[in-house]
Design a protein around this ligand. Structure first.
Ligand code: RIB
Length: 316
């Protein structure tokens, strides 16, 4: 089984601000940092830092070499990232206030230049049983879902950011996994009550599994048969950028290794908690060793990986 993230790559310009700029206001920021970001890139790096081999597909402009270099340094295969000479790379203008809250403005750039031809060429290298992770920051999303399902791939969608086009996308019933936050859930389901969001998503997409993140209230996993809730870990918030992407990468790394959803929620919650303690997007994503150490410190009696028998037929 191979793992493909087909998603956005952005140059993030992160401005530290005393408060979010208001309509009509001119505000001086106290710091400017450049980071590699984009929900797609961040999620690829989270999967890689969680220890999974991952391929990334997407588009950059000629100004985007730092983005592919950053992915490669994290161990991500960038063979399916194309450079388009006619458009600039996507970028994001991110304000971070003293509480660590952010506001993000995205310019799609090359992320919006994904064509049907690129979708077809890229997916021709993947086959039944492979796993595709998507977000809503690139063009041709519906086509990607449709073609991936025709090939027998498993498709997970983080429908972020939500748009009218996405809500009307005819391929959504084919999605195997939705992983979304409570605001996105409310837009899908017309309710802000977590259980109602899960119920309504499952009644609209009965074949899908739902993962709903609730910020400081943890996260929920729901399918047609079971529902699991996992509380969040206490954190000192520095910057919430990419916390959701970190959660997504760690959650699916666990699922693809065969861990039960409750354990995947636990690992993903801790990874996201560590990410919000550090500034930046992909730079804040912890390694699997960081996550394991933090969990061991907080919950020393819980062992996520049961002892393996030396003889596989022996019971432990
Ligand atoms: O989820 C965080 C990401 O959203 C940032 O890295 C930014 O590029 C936007 O895509």
């Amino acid at each position: 089984m191979r793992v493909l993230v087909f998603g956005s790559l952005n140059i993030d310009r992160v401005y530290t601000v005393p408060h979010m700029v208001r309509p009509g206001e001119t505000l001086s920021s106290t710091q400017l940092q450049y980071h590699c970001g984009g929900k797609g890139l961040n999620q690829s790096i989270a999967l890689a830092r969680a220890g999974l081999p991952v391929c990334h597909a997407g588009k950059i402009g000629t100004d985007g070499a730092m983005l592919t270099a950053h992915l490669r340094r994290a161990g991500v295969d960038t063979a399916y990232v194309l450079t388009d000479p006619d458009v600039p790379s996507g970028h994001a203008v991110i304000q971070v206030d003293p509480s660590g809250e952010n506001s993000i403005l995205v310019y799609p750039g090359a992320n919006a230049a994904i064509s049907s031809e690129m979708v077809q060429n890229t997916l021709s290298h993947f086959t039944a049983g492979d796993f595709l992770l998507l977000q809503n920051e690139i063009s041709c999303l519906g086509e990607l879902i449709r073609q991936a399902k025709e090939r027998g791939m498993t498709v997970a969608l983080n429908p972020s950011p939500i748009s009218d086009g996405l809500l009307q996308c005819e391929s959504l019933p084919q999605v195997d996994w939705f992983i979304l936050n409570e605001l996105e859930g409310a837009q899908f389901a017309g309710s802000s009550v977590p259980d109602e969001i899960c119920d309504r998503m499952l009644s609209r997409y009965p074949q899908s599994k739902i993962v709903l993140t609730l910020g400081g209230d943890g996260a929920v996993y729901a399918d047609g048969k079971e529902r699991r809730r996992q509380p969040a870990y206490p954190v000192r918030v520095v910057d919430t950028t990419a916390a959701g992407d970190t959660f997504t990468g760690y959650f699916f790394a666990g699922i693809l290794r065969g861990s039960p959803p409750s354990e995947c929620l636990r690992q993903a919650n801790m990874a996201a908690a560590l990410a919000v303690g550090v500034s930046g997007a992909s730079t804040s994503i912890p390694t699997a060793a960081d996550v394991a150490a933090a969990l061991k410190k907080l919950e020393p009696d819980k062992n996520p990986y049961p002892k393996q028998a030396e003889n596989p037929h022996e019971c432990v």
